[in-house]
Design a protein around this ligand. Structure first.
Ligand code: NCD
Ligand code: ZN
Length: 443
């Protein structure tokens, strides 16, 4: 298969099942990539003449899926400041291995990305590396302290695609109102980590029967719902664009559904772990299952799946949150919240498709077009004339998740050692091959 790095001059995907919801495409076709651009897509596009060309590289599609490469709205790449957990290079390598061509990086770095110079430095670093494109998300408030607004115009001008205090919630209604009003003037989306901290002090997991049994303090659903409800009212009052990060509770889903029905400019993302795991996963005190917001109950999982399937929840985002063994090999109460996700989206979510819980086209839309729309990015698409941003997937390849195979510096995921089915074989971003399964050093 093509080598990572320079753009392959002529790549021929022959007889692949191409799925691209942007054009209601789900068909077995050929796709031709020439010098980083999709030049032809359709039945018989890989003509005999093209196949005979010296520089042609044939990829037989038997049973493989070709998708537009993915866009992640929510990843923590930890650079600057916590490079022992992840850095931009390892984070983007993980993204490439996961099928992503675009990654939006959250601002809870050290220092916080609350100024133009940090945003610019992150973009410059990513460009020097090559690979998937990095799009910083700036902070809403200086130092994520929740009081003084950042210079959002500057952040946007430097390349920020949204603003968020993720990891912390903007709890002050007055600050939130001003943030929405200010962001609206630049058409920037405000992304909220919805958590009423007054209700989650000391919380370790979802509040319910299992937290009681384990003797761990709980984060009740209502801590999320209260913030989403208030923010929907503020979004309505200001007319600004508002996005809910990692939605996890059935109550928040209901509020979101009602808000959308009333025409308010609200969007939301859900993570693969909230779609597939419940608080029962915490029963063994596995710190890999400690995450904010917490894994909730089956009723929440069902509501999230239904809302993703019907489009109430727009996008899937990973909330890739790498932590080292220092923060995870410890008592549950001491562990940092978060788990990695960039490399696991395909196997974890194809399971939902196989179970019939989610149509494949909707999943692809939630990983490509929907997040691109929210971040105001051009969505990858499988169309002649488009820059090649593609993800080739073997949906039937089964494997046991081996930490040594993960490109991320951190290995904090409850899926380690599990049997998974579905693997990314190749990723193209910005017209270049950025990942080939089995090639390149695993870190
Ligand atoms: N999700 C988490 O549990 N942790 C995230 C912060 C966040 O996304 O809220 C992190 O930065 O580690
Ligand atoms: Zn968060």
């Amino acid at each position: 298969m093509a080598a990572i790095g320079s753009p392959p001059p002529l790549l021929l995907f022959v007889g692949v099942r191409a799925v691209d919801p942007a054009q209601q495409l789900d068909d077995v076709i050929d796709v031709v990539v020439e010098d980083g651009v999709i030049t032809r897509a359709g039945r018989g596009a890989a003509t005999d003449e093209l196949r005979r060309a010296d520089r042609a590289e044939l990829i037989q599609g038997d049973g493989l899926l070709l998708l537009p490469a993915f866009v992640d709205l929510h990843a923590h790449l930890r650079e600057p400041g916590q490079e022992y957990k992840e850095d931009i290079a390892s984070g983007l390598a993980a993204a490439a291995a996961g099928g992503f061509a675009h990654v939006c990086a959250m601002p809870n770095t050290r220092p916080v990305n609350d100024t133009r110079s940090i945003t610019e430095a992150m973009i410059a670093r990513a460009r020097a590396i090559g690979g998937p494109a990095l799009h910083p998300i700036g902070a809403i408030t200086m130092g994520q302290k929740g009081t003084e607004l950042t210079e959002m115009a500057d952040l946007k001008d430097a390349g920020a695609v949204g603003v968020s205090d993720d990891g912390r919630c903007v709890t002050s209604s007055s600050v939130m109102r001003r943030a929405l009003e200010y962001a609206k003037t630049f058409d920037l989306t405000i992304i909220q980590h919805a958590e009423d901290h007054a209700l989650t002090d000391g919380a370790q997991m979802h509040e319910g029967a299992i937290s009681t049994r384990l003797g761990l303090r709980g984060w009740p659903r209502v801590a999320e719902d209260i913030i989403v409800a208030r923010d929907v009212l503020l979004a309505e009052a200001t007319g600004a664009r508002y996005h809910v990060a990692h939605i996890s509770s059935l109550g928040a889903v209901r509020i979101l559904r009602e808000a959308k029905a009333r025409g308010i400019a609200v969007t939301a993302e859900v993570t693969p772990h909230h779609l597939t795991l419940t608080d029962a996963a915490v029963l063994g005190y596995d710190t890999a299952c400690k995450v904010n917001p917490p894994l909730r109950e089956q009723a929440d999982v069902d509501a999230l799946r239904e809302a993703l399937a019907d489009g109430t929840i727009d996008a899937v985002a990973t909330d890739h949150a790498p932590h080292s063994t220092l923060e995870k090999d410890c008592e549950f109460a001491e562990a940092s919240p978060g788990l990695i996700g960039l490399e696991l989206v395909v196997p974890v979510l194809l399971d939902l498709v196989r179970q019939g819980a989610l149509p494949l086209g909707r999943l692809v839309d939630a990983l490509t077009r929907a997040p691109a729309r929210i971040a105001r990015l051009e969505a990858p698409t499988i169309k002649a004339g488009a820059r090649a941003e593609l993800c080739l997937v073997d949906p039937n390849l089964s494997f046991v998740l081996d930490p040594a195979r993960l490109r991320s510096k951190s290995k904090n995921t409850p899926f380690l050692g599990r049997q998974l089915t579905g693997r990314v074989k190749m990723t193209l971003a910005s017209g270049r091959v950025v990942f080939v399964d089995g090639e390149g050093a695993a870190t």
